[in-house]
Ligand binder design. Structure first.
Ligand code: SF4
Length: 201
């Protein structure tokens, strides 16, 4: 269990850097997310590794909510948006993250990020809402791709996932990744508990 906690601290340290890097880019280019928008969190295609969900799984465990959350996740019947998204409008587009401090890497890069295109050049990926809210800023950001390149999403995800090959090598739908992270945490916790009991006996 100690190993998982140490690993989680290292993941969180990288998360701090990622959040700052991506947020700085959005602010510098004027490509901030619309206030209260949570459309990204509704997508059933959001993916994360087990490693990326480890800080959240440990947080839930420490709050005594690991088993309960696992049961609730088990009952989800079809692919859907993130379990932790709280909808605040009828269509669900307005809402908020209920686990903001522990959110995985992908959520720290929503909005505007860079990727390598087929020719290896850096391109800009921006959500359609940001594009329609700030068309001039978006065009300006495209013109400035060389002088002010966007941070690369894959590079930042790698920075996290290279911390543990086994837990960071495969992507799953976000709710599944959390399920697997919770199972890891509960397994390690019960193993540590048994070891402690054996030492006492
Ligand atoms: S963890 Fe939070 S920010 Fe990430 S998809 Fe879920 S609700 Fe959205």
């Amino acid at each position: 269990m100690q190993r998982l906690r140490e690993l989680s601290r290292r993941v969180e340290a990288v998360y701090g850097e990622i959040a700052e890097t991506f947020s700085n880019y959005q602010q510098r280019q004027g490509l901030q997310c619309r206030s209260g928008c949570g459309e990204c969190c509704l997508a059933p295609t959001i993916e994360a590794t087990v490693l990326e969900m480890l800080p959240l799984a440990l947080h839930l465990f420490d709050q005594g909510k690991a088993e309960q959350t696992l049961d609730q996740l088990d009952q989800l019947t079809e692919p859907q948006g993130c379990f932790f998204y709280q909808k605040l409008s009828f269509d669900g587009k307005q809402g908020q993250c209920s686990v903001y401090q522990q959110r995985p890497s992908i959520c720290r890069m929503f909005g505007a990020s860079g990727y390598r295109d087929k020719t290896g050049q850096t391109s800009l990926s921006t959500c359609k809402t940001i594009k329609s809210d700030n068309p001039a800023k978006y065009q300006q950001s495209l013109i400035m791709l060389q002088s002010s390149p966007p941070p690369l999403m894959m590079q930042s995800k790698e920075q996290v996932n290279e911390l543990d090959y086994q837990l960071g090598n495969k992507h799953y739908p976000i709710n599944t990744a959390l399920q697997l992270a919770l199972e890891q945490v509960l397994f390690k916790a019960s193993y540590s508990f048994e070891q402690d009991n054996q030492q006492i006996a």
